[in-house]
Write a protein that binds this ligand. Sequence first.
Ligand SMILES: Nc1nc2c(c(=O)[nH]1)N[C@H]1C(S)=C(S)[C@@H](COP(=O)(O)O)O[C@H]1N2
Ligand SMILES: [Mo]
Length: 559
Amino acid sequence: MRVGRRISLLGAGLLAGLVAALLMTLLMVVGRDWLGISPPPEAVSDRLAPTLDIKTFFDLFGKYGGYNGLKKFGIRSGLEGVFGLGAVMGILYAAIAESRRSRAASRWRIGSSPYGLLFVGIGAAVLWIGTVIFLWPVLAANFRGLPPSRARLASAGGLLIYYVGYGLTLIATYRFVVRRVGRQAADESSETDESAEPSAAATVPVPAPVPVGQIIGRRAVAAGVAGALLALPSYRLLQRLYDRAAFSYDGRPYSGPGIQPIAPNDAFYSVTKNVVDPNVTKSFWRLEITGLVDQSKRFSFDDLASLPTTEQETTLMCISNRIGAGLFSNAVWKGVPLRDLLTAAGVKKGAVEVKLHAADGYTDTFAIEKAMEPATLVAYLMNGEPLSEKHGYPARVIVPGLFGEKNVKWVTSIEVIDHDGKGFYEQQGWGPNFTIPTRSDFFAPQTVLDNSGFHFRDPFKLNQATTLCGRTFAGDRGVTKVEISLDGGTSWLPTRIDYPGTHLTWSFWSYVWRPTEAGMYQVTSRATDGTGAVQKDDARDIVPQGASGYHRLAARVQG
Ligand SMILES: Nc1nc2c(c(=O)[nH]1)N[C@H]1C(S)=C(S)[C@@H](COP(=O)(O)O)O[C@H]1N2
Ligand SMILES: [Mo]
């Protein structure tokens, strides 16, 4: 074959590969949007994220512009991977289909020689088996809320459909672009002479591509246009997913002088690992209780809603919440005590932890003793309203005393396990202790954090009263007392508790300060928790077990 012709045939393969990749993208986006199946670009990111150590994780934040930047990078690379692989497979397909042996093969079917079919078939099978094995831990994700047992089937089936869709489109597009002389005859022969003497088939003219000029002709343009038409709905659907993406609210704090003891639902802080959070369909959703139990149970939402409920105020705080920062909020949660569900299934001897699985493939674990505490809930109401999508609709776990990450949203399965399992973030190296240390910090008047540290934004006035407001939190131990120091921790003064909350919540406190001397002050506070332990000044970074230490602020008093 002349070089020019060979190149145009490989070009036709490239084109067919790209058109097939476009179709696959459309299938994947439809599968994600309608059926909640996590497509490979998203699933691969979710598969890799927990395997990064914390330092790499944060280095990547720095490199790609925070968690959101990293999430975007993950999806973009995934899509590039799909098109890159799609293109390479297309070129290889052309090379194999146009090899001398392939072209001499008599039994061309559905527009391909046995060699071409074998390549596509083996390629799809290898890719499918490979991705199912590699993505196994995240195949349990289903963003419409199928529980893990069903989600795995849906995900594996989805992947198979994507790959087969790619393969068939590749073959069909290539066949369409590269017309063949003698094609007709070959097809007929192989179809009518199914079991006949191979020699008869061999006499059929070898299907040969038509001359170059006609290959890269109108048909190639037509295939390109068809590809572009496939791109259009994919783009619209991607746009729709993008509009729902978590970029605007992931890592959103609740802080500043205006905060309330019970955060309004739409202001409650928010953290998610996802690019696009689950949009669970209540009728698909199930909560499974499995693992080390006498009898696995599966609850529909109505089943859950018919069980006796507990209503309780509980504060949630992210492990990444720095001292003085706002990745925490308080709400009234209503739901079913987890222990009721576990008892219904019958926890077996040897249970060590529960492992929670969620619609987004997220997992986390905590001790079975914690799971059996009456305050550990599967909650479905937040401040009297159904959970919003970003806070875990239709149900999430509330586990007082442990950091926010353990409060798994969109929960679909609770597995009783006989060992110390590791969840999404713990695998990165967070923990192993997820108990919330006691903290107390200031939120009013307005505070500022800059290179010189924390300070009150505005100067205080001599002999004028200003109310300093703060919040304090001690996990599930409660706070009995907060003291303030105006001299960097040498002497302490009592504050007033304005909002005590409960032992599961934060408390708000205040102190009316009337400075009688001008100058610089170092203001700080400390709390005493329900066990009598006084908050220590043991400054600790958020990695790996959450921040602790005093909130120290500079205050200037003007004469
Ligand atoms: N399924 C699932 N649950 C999750 C997360 C997640 O990404 N997926 N993030 C966790 C983290 S890190 C925190 S701090 C809390 C935040 O809950 P909120 O957004 O309702 O405030 O949810 C936790 N539960
Ligand atoms: Mo978190």
